[in-house]
Design a protein around this ligand. Structure first.
Ligand code: PMV
Length: 345
């Protein structure tokens, strides 16, 4: 078992284009963000191992002796359905989950990290197989939250960078340009599961109308991929204009699929007033939107847009795309504010 402090982080992600269409086998482009979630596992002399996730406010400790008694044969399969009801009960008991923890995403995160700890976190270097196992377990979490997820989210957070994803097949976008974006959280709660089901129902009800919309969204992803590849060698202002047009068209398509929301309309209107282009990212129905920041923008213009968005009650982060995937860190490589946050809760 673990003998030293272990620090792990995973990037946030956004889908640039292709959300919802990807559930129906179409291409999506997803990127890892330079906004990370940190995790620290620390063995204590008391015989406990402590887990700390400051970004989502989780602090938990387990008895190493009880962990060692767990039957961990299911881990290699990376499939939550391979767990017997007895194994689930035992895990919940050891993890210290409340009775109804299956409905609480925070506890799901605790369980996911418990799986990770038991399977791979005790290693200080991860192989490709380890990353595949992390990806499989992250997918299990997605299954609980989404029902029938495409797998694009867990894939991009595990491998990082910028990816093209289609039905489990991934290829990385070589040398993606260093795009800057605003990530805005409307703070409107939504259920990705319900939204995905809504699009499926609309597709069943109006196949002739909805199938071409999904195909058109895929065409937007492919055009975006082509433009990003061109930008790798010589980005021009014209490329950014095309990216902005693609964002606008996709946002209208997503509205046609029924996954828009008044808060997202407001986000788009506010950024349009500042000459910027935005679309929802992820499930829609609230949640988050992205706004492209062209390199020619002045600092004051970006600050004014951010202020206008926070003035609507939204949270807003300025960030860039193409971050590394899930990683192990040496304590000496982390910035002081991150170490402070890890100590702070
Ligand atoms: O709502 P999020 O951020 O978890 O993203 C969901 C993306 C969808 O395409 C709507 C669903 C999926 O499984 O890919």
């Amino acid at each position: 078992m673990l003998s030293e402090v272990l620090l792990v982080s995973a990037p946030g992600k956004v889908i640039l284009h292709g959300e919802h269409a990807v559930v129906h086998g179409k291409v999506a482009l997803a990127v890892a963000l330079n906004l990370r979630t940190f995790l620290r596992l620390q063995p204590h002399s008391t015989g406990k191992v402590g887990l700390n996730l400051p970004n989502i406010g989780i602090k938990q400790a387990w008895d190493v002796a009880s962990l060692q008694l767990l039957d961990t044969s299911f881990l290699e399969q990376g499939d939550i359905t391979a767990l017997t009801p007895e194994q689930v009960e035992k895990l919940k008991e050891v993890a210290g989950c409340p009775e109804d923890c299956a409905n609480d995403h925070k506890w799901l995160a605790v369980l996911a990290f418990l799986f990770l700890y038991l399977s791979i976190c005790r290693k200080q270097r991860w192989t490709e197989e380890d990353l595949e196992l992390i990806n499989k377990w992250a997918f299990q979490g997605e299954r609980v939250i989404h029902g029938n997820p495409s797998g694009v989210d867990n894939t991009v957070s595990t491998w990082g960078g910028a990816l093209r994803y289609q039905q489990g097949k991934i290829s990385s976008l070589k040398r993606p340009p260093a795009l800057k974006i605003l990530l805005t959280n409307t703070k409107v709660p939504r259920s990705t599961k319900a939204l995905v089901a809504g699009v499926r129902n609309r597709l069943l009800k109006f196949p002739e109308i909805v199938a071409p919309v999904l195909t058109s969204i895929e065409a937007i992803s492919l055009e975006c991929e082509r433009v990003l590849a061109e930008m790798a060698s010589a980005p021009t202002p014209g490329h950014y204009l095309v990216l902005e047009e693609l964002i606008d068209m996709n946002q209208h398509h997503l509205n046609a699929l029924g996954v828009g929301h008044a808060s997202l309309d407001q986000l788009c209107q506010v950024t349009t007033a500042h000459g910027l282009h935005s679309k929802l990212t992820g499930g829609g129905g609230g949640g988050c939107g992205i706004t492209l920041l062209r390199p020619d923008l002045q600092r004051l213009e970006v600050e004014a847009a951010k202020q206008a968005l926070t003035g609507c009650g939204f949270d807003c982060w300025e960030t860039s795309i193409g971050a590394p995937g899930v990683s192990v860190h040496a304590a000496t490589s982390l910035d002081a504010p991150i170490l402070q946050a890890l100590d702070g809760i």
